[in-house]
Design a protein around this ligand. Structure first.
Ligand SMILES: [Zn+2]
Length: 499
């Protein structure tokens, strides 16, 4: 078992300033690939979504996917980038088994979008302005599966399998300028940036931004500068970090690892690193190539992209309400404090509540269900709120049944449980579990008369005007009806009975 030398976090910050560079790859949700007509659906049988072009067979020629270019421009505009009036694709030459062409069609010195900025809000409301270096178009590689080893990596594997379904899926790579001056909050800034970018891309509807499925991937570049230094230190690039929490952990770990090395008189190798979720540590990957190693040259098989001003202006009008604007509006409409809003955002509940309100619930009802009841359920299952097997319209339906007096809150929770258990729509659960409130007054009168007869002293008190005593009879009736009566109605009937 090897041990990892790391420096105490506070000590790292006494001696060094962290510098971040974040590269996010986002798979676009176009129906077809970047340079051919193959479908892009996730999860298909291996090697069923391929053709001569994305397999890189000799003689095949690429054609640019116009939707992908449109998405790239919209992303660039949303990130306040300049849009290149003219740009080209370039070949990035390298050999890897999941890259059948032996080069990746990418963009090099002529990205479609560049020089932007993105304001990221941290949990406590602090805003960090992140510079955007570029957003460029490229294609995804295939997928390798290394079989037989302990780690799932190529080292120690018995054999490898290749799936080219992903080869050629449109990607946008979004690269920040160096992020400096964040100090102790660098890991938090990294996480907040990826979170905000994910929300933005989702609002643009250009990707399904599933980190767990790899449609959003983050490479975190981290380096340390000594307090008296004037130049950035050597950076490492931790590849394909696949959750928001891991982005934060990976940055923090790299800071403490690099600091320990530097304090010990060592130097940092420019290399890629892998983040291990289970240990929270990174390990060395390959030595990082410089751009010269890739022998970039303009792609001769594709014409340049020259988006007209009219087209770009038209795309600008298609930009949606930005997530932060929407949050501000929702805060006002739902009458939330900053803290309440932040809790909803952190719980991933805003979209779910909004959709529940759209389906007819009041904001208060929607919030109560998602935050008070369903988030507990999500916690105990260890999943995101949105992953629970219940939809906003189903929650809205349950809220409507409560509002109509057809369900009590207690019964409504049972209906929600039934929906979560896969028993069908709320109304089906009500019927199957016989959960409807007993609204038949004659059935309630029978239960009330029985309870009054069983507790004659209480009945006398109520008759003599001590209405508070009715509580005991209400309780008995609720028990007799297994909680399926509306307590308020029961009380009314008791008082009427005892006049
Ligand atoms: Zn293809």
């Amino acid at each position: 078992m090897s041990t990892f030398a790391v420096l105490d976090y506070d000590e790292v910050l006494e001696r060094f300033d962290p510098v971040l560079g974040l590269e996010v790859h986002v798979e676009l949700n176009t129906h077809t690939k970047m340079f051919c007509g193959c479908p892009t659906a996730f999860g298909a049988e291996p090697n069923t979504q391929v053709c001569p072009t994305c397999l890189g067979l000799p003689g095949s020629l690429p054609v640019v996917n116009a939707m992908a270019v449109e998405s790239a421009i919209r992303i660039g505009l949303a990130l306040n980038c300049e849009i290149a009036p003219w740009c080209r694709f370039a070949r990035k030459n390298y050999y890897y088994p999941d890259m059948p062409k032996n080069f990746q069609t990418s963009q090099y010195d002529e990205p479609i979008a560049f020089n932007g900025s993105f304001a990221v809000t941290l949990d406590d409301g602090t805003v960090v302005e992140v510079g955007i270096e570029r957003a460029h178009m490229e294609e995804d590689t295939g997928k390798s599966l290394h079989v037989g080893g302990a780690t799932g990596r190529i080292h120690g594997a018995d054999f490898s399998l290749l799936d080219y379904n992903r080869a050629g899926v449109p990607l946008i790579e979004i690269v920040t300028k160096p992020i400096t001056g964040t100090g102790a909050r660098a890991p938090e800034v990294a996480r907040a940036y990826v979170t905000a970018l994910r929300d933005l891309l989702r609002a643009l509807d250009v990707s399904d931004v599933r980190m767990d499925q790899g449609s959003l991937r983050c490479d975190a570049n981290v380096s340390l500068m000594r307090k008296d230094a004037t130049e950035f230190g050597t950076r490492t690039e931790t590849k394909n970090v696949n959750s928001l929490r891991s982005v934060e952990r990976a940055v923090r770990y790299e800071m403490t690892r690099q600091a320990a090395l530097l304090v010990d008189g060592g130097s940092i190798l420019q290399e890629t690193r892998h983040f291990d979720e289970s240990t929270g540590t990174t390990s060395a990957g390959r030595r990082k190539e410089t751009s010269e190693d890739y022998r970039y040259f303009p792609e001769p098989d594709l014409v340049p992209i020259a988006p007209s001003t009219e087209w770009v202006d038209k795309l600008r009008t298609t930009l949606p309400e930005m997530p932060w604007e929407r949050r501000r509006r929702i805060q006002a409409e739902w009458n939330l404090t900053d803290l309440e809003l932040r809790d909803l955002v952190n719980a991933g509940a805003v979209d779910l509540i909004a959709a529940t309100v759209d389906a007819g619930a009041t904001p208060a009802e929607a919030r109560a269900w998602w935050v008070s009841y369903l988030s507990q359920e999500a916690n105990s299952r260890g999943v995101e709120l949105a992953a629970l097997p219940i939809t906003p319209p189903q929650v809205a339906r349950v809220a409507a049944l409560v509002a109509d007096g057809k369900l009590t809150n207690k019964l409504a929770r049972e209906v929600i449980d039934g929906v979560l258990a896969g028993e069908g729509e709320p109304d089906e659960v009500v019927a199957a579990r016989n959960l409807a409130v007993v609204s038949d007054d004659s059935a309630l009168y029978a239960a009330i008369d029985e309870a009054l007869a069983a507790q004659p002293d209480v009945a006398d008190k109520i008759r003599s005007g001590k209405v508070a005593a009715a509580g005991a009879i209400v309780g008995a009736v609720m028990k007799a009806t297994k909680g399926q009566a509306d307590a308020k109605r029961v009380r009314e009937l008791i008082l009427e009975r005892c006049q």
